[in-house]
Design a protein around this ligand. Structure first.
Ligand SMILES: [Cu+2]
Length: 158
């Protein structure tokens, strides 16, 4: 309601002036641009997958399908993992509960044998290589905290 004054002060973004750029500053400017691109990629990835800011994540993303899951407050930030059928997926798993062990495991049904069992981490992040699944619905959970769970929806590839 009172947001009228927020968006209107964007007119003059600080743009790098090529006139003040000596030849020696070229590499510096390039690395700054690279950092900006990587930061933007991380922000976009986190916003698309988790909608929670401040995640360190990983700057290098593999070409295949991937998504991000965050554990915080003894809960996952999502109740549904969406995978593509018959394609291995990388899940970036971030544990924001420092000192609290979490993982992601997948089974066909709740209480069934696990078909994926990610390593337990007590902090930081890990990249899980999740195998390809056929289209259908599965179950995911934290082995340490079975109440942390949700469904895995595997959709046919287009
Ligand atoms: Cu857990």
């Amino acid at each position: 309601m009172t947001s009228s004054s927020v968006g209107s002060k964007r007119a003059s973004l600080p743009v790098a002036d090529p006139g003040i750029l000596s030849p020696e500053e070229g590499p510096v400017r390039r690395s700054i641009a690279l950092v900006a691109v990587l930061a933007a990629a991380v922000v976009v990835g986190v916003a698309a997958c988790a909608s929670s800011g401040g995640a360190p994540g990983s700057a290098t993303e593999p070409p295949g399908p991937h998504l991000t899951v965050v554990a915080t407050g003894i809960a996952f930030d999502t109740k549904e993992l969406k995978l593509r059928a018959n394609q291995a997926t990388t899940i970036f798993f971030l544990n924001h509960d420092n000192g609290v062990p979490h993982n992601i495991a997948i089974s066909a049904v709740q209480g069934g044998a696990t078909t994926f069992d990610g390593a337990i981490i007590t902090e930081g992040a890990i990249a899980y290589s999740v195998p390809a699944y056929g289209a259908g619905t599965y179950f995911f959970f934290c082995k340490v905290h079975p109440n942390m769970n949700g469904i895995v929806t595997v959709s046919p590839s287009p």
